[in-house]
Design a protein around this ligand. Structure first.
Ligand code: TYM
Length: 369
């Protein structure tokens, strides 16, 4: 199992990640506290897609004592956005609504320029602006959301990043991120840049404001380093809430743009969706007869996972799907058709909002604040 910000492979054991990364599991008690403030628990919490945290209890303590906090999440614009990326963003919107929180969203066009040998700055800038449409389409509140474009907002980024960088040694970066002497020095510096939005609100307002970061667990190495540095600069340690990876449509592995046929992009057409879902791996048996006799295995099936984690909010219905699959009553073809319809409906709405986002972009940009 390898989980770094730039590489995720092998069978992921999330309990082991909690131990190895030194994070905390999300407890029933924490969920109840969130529910009390939010009114209801988001599907991604109920079904434990979000499973781990650092300092979430502290964020809630502060909030319950009357302190506000900001949210921070982001995207490395290396290609089109897929529905896996939307997972933490949809959840962040839930938190924004529930806690009336301001959000800083970072577009790391610099990171993607630095890690991809063939990428020009022009290309990463174009992708950053394109991906920002997906962010806006998720439905964030324009008044409370600022999208930071690293290269264009370099003035504020750099001023904070060099102070962060001064507190981090090369040996820490080598150990935490697996970089070495032949890595380019831009990417060695970059973790200081990804730390910056944790502190922007404090920097701009002069008030020390707590920050909560929803993201998948692959981004955790950044936060380990950032939490170490924060008190040395007089800032509060940022807290995190981590999600698992939405799998791809193939056998095992997270959804990743590098395998486009196992990946649902937000800009996919209905035909793309039908084709990709139809060709997906499932937990089904080789023949209808065997499926009817022995049932399928939803615990290894991406079709079931998509319903479970994203598309079937109704707990009663998801249980029914599980039972029908297990008993052999639900065949994979039928389930695929059901899921395709849900994904196409979701994408149709998302794509409409994405179009409208073109007119809203200016309002969301940090540089226009
Ligand atoms: P990036 O662009 O790789 O991923 C964007 C966000 O999507 C999450 N993610 C996934 N979540 C669920 N299932 C998947 N299959 C999946 N694949 C990716 C990532 O964890 C991330 O939350 N360096 C970052 C950009 C960044 C950032 C941040 C991300 C800058 N600041 C703060 C999170 C929080 C990156 O390249 O993300």
């Amino acid at each position: 199992m390898i989980v770094t910000p730039w590489r995720v492979s092998g069978k992921i054991d999330y309990d082991r990640l909690i131990k190895e990364f030194g994070t905390q599991p999300l407890t029933e008690d924490l969920l109840k506290r969130i529910e009390r403030h939010a009114g209801e628990l988001h599907l991604q919490l109920r079904r434990r897609l979000f499973f781990s945290h650092r300092g979430l209890d502290w964020i809630l303590d502060m909030y319950e004592a009357g302190r506000r906090f900001v949210l921070y999440t982001g995207r490395g614009p290396s290609g089109p956005v897929h529905i896996g990326h939307l997972v933490p963003w949809i959840f962040t919107k839930y938190l924004q609504d529930a806690f009336d929180a301001k959000l800083y969203f970072q577009m790391t066009d610099d990171e993607k320029f630095l890690v991809n040998p063939d990428f020009t700055l022009d290309k990463t800038r174009r992708l950053a602006y394109d991906n920002a449409l997906d962010v806006i389409a998720v439905g964030f509140d324009a008044k409370k959301t600022k999208i930071i474009m690293d290269v264009e907002d370099a003035d504020i980024i750099y001023r904070i990043a060099i102070r962060v960088a001064k507190k981090i040694t090369f040996s820490t970066i080598k150990a935490v991120f697996g970089l070495n002497e032949s890595s380019n020095i831009g990417i060695i510096f970059f973790p200081a840049v990804q730390a910056v939005p944790c502190f922007i609100e404090s920097e701009l307002t002069g008030e020390n404001v707590p920050c909560l970061i929803p993201a998948a667990i692959d981004q955790d190495p950044y936060w380990r380093v950032t939490r170490d540095v924060a008190p040395k600069l007089g800032y509060l340690k940022p807290a995190q809430i981590h999600c698992k990876f939405l799998p791809g449509l193939g056998k095992g592995g997270k959804m990743s743009a590098s395998l486009p046929e196992t990946c649902i992009f937000t800009t996919d057409s209905p035909e793309d969706v039908d084709r990709k879902v139809w060709n997906a791996f499932t937990g089904g048996r080789p023949t209808v007869k065997e499926q009817r006799m022995h049932g399928g295995d939803p615990t290894i099936c991406p079709i079931y996972y998509y319903d479970y984690y994203l598309f079937e909010d109704d707990d009663r219905k998801i249980k029914e799907i599980y039972m029908r699959c297990r008993s052999g009553d639900l065949l994979c073809g039928e389930h695929k058709t059901m899921l395709s319809e849900k994904i196409k409906k979701f994408l149709k709405e998302h794509q409409k909002r994405r179009e409208k986002a073109k007119d809203l972009l200016d309002e969301f940009l940090f540089k226009n604040r």
